[in-house]
Design a binder for this molecule. Structure first.
Ligand code: SAM
Length: 284
């Protein structure tokens, strides 16, 4: 590349910063185990810049030196990358669909039922599912076991999920009867009851990796894809397709759409709640 004398400093500066940005991406993969290749660059830059400001480094080149001197900074970086906003029964119509249309079908399943809450953040999603499973299955749960796998990349969020302790404000999307039935008040906070927890298996998992479970009946991966590039999304959605049993269901976030191969292989059942199905007799 031959540069005009006047262009040199700025173009060179941008080039070096871009290389340093790519180096930070590689360092996260190597040191923190998070595969950043699926995330959108604009998203990563927005999140990284929060840490550049917080550490006072302000350039990627200086931030790399900082990361090498302070490896504990990787934890802060990871926490900033993974935004954990969630609520119990987020988007009521989606949970109505699950309660009225999907779970009753699973009651007749010959095999143990397997559900995956992928990107479960602090646990509100898998506990909402567990409440519905207990409501629909009732005593038949002992004959007809259900497991909810709940995973997230973020260790802190997962610890909160495993603890299952929430404030009154976090429970505000549920009525009083539901709260009393499924939570125990302890001082100012509310603890999820053990029977609700007992059907959930929490695990740390990066969605860019190959899923650990197969023959799943239902996968929820909601409000997670917004951070991933198109290619990253398609890679993850095809992994879900393969992890589902034939005829299994998949639900995305309400503002998320399938593209590429996943859009062709999944059948859309409901455009509002974003429920999809793997065909009962898939072509492959
Ligand atoms: C906005 S929360 C969504 C929580 C819940 N699914 C909901 O809809 O309310 C997004 C979650 O995705 C998780 N996440 C982001 N990147 C991930 C990855 N590569 N693998 C697994 N989880 C990831 C974040 O840690 C965060 O907890």
């Amino acid at each position: 590349m031959v540069l005009e004398q006047t262009q040199k400093p700025e173009v060179l500066q941008n080039y070096l910063e871009e290389s340093a940005f790519n180096k930070v991406k590689r360092m996260i993969t190597e040191s923190a185990g998070l595969n950043t290749s699926g995330y959108r660059d604009e998203y990563l830059k927005r999140r990284f810049e929060i840490r550049l400001r917080a550490t006072g480094t302000n350039t990627y080149a200086r931030y790399i030196i900082y990361l090498k001197k302070h490896p504990e900074e990787f934890t802060n970086l990871l926490n900033d990358l993974t935004i954990n906003y969630t609520t119990f029964f987020r988007d009521g119509d989606v949970y109505q669909y699950i309660e009225k249309k999907l779970l009753p079908k699973f009651l007749f399943s010959k095999n143990p039922v397997k559900i995956w809450s992928a990107g479960c953040a602090s646990g509100e999603e898998p506990y909402s599912l567990s409440i519905l499973v207990h409501k629909v299955f009732g005593p038949s749960l002992s004959r007809n076991p259900v497991t909810i796998f709940a995973s997230d990349i973020d260790k802190d969020a997962l610890t909160k999920a495993q603890n299952g302790v929430y404030t009154a404000r976090q429970l505000s999307t549920m009525d009083q009867r539901t709260i009393e039935k499924y939570f125990t008040k302890e001082g100012e906070s509310y603890q999820v009851k053990d029977f609700l927890k007992s059907i959930i298996k929490f695990e740390q998992f990066d969605l860019m990796k190959t899923p650990m479970h197969v023959n799943l009946d239902l996968i929820l991966c909601r409000n997670v894809m917004i951070y991933f590039s198109k290619e990253g999304q398609q890679h993850i959605h095809m992994n879900f397709y393969r992890a589902l049993r034939d005829g299994g269901y998949f639900i995305t976030g309400k503002s998320e759409i399938l593209s590429g191969e996943p859009a062709q292989v999944f059948t859309a059942l409901d455009y509002i709640t974003r429920v999809y199905q793997k065909p009962a007799k898939p072509l492959f």
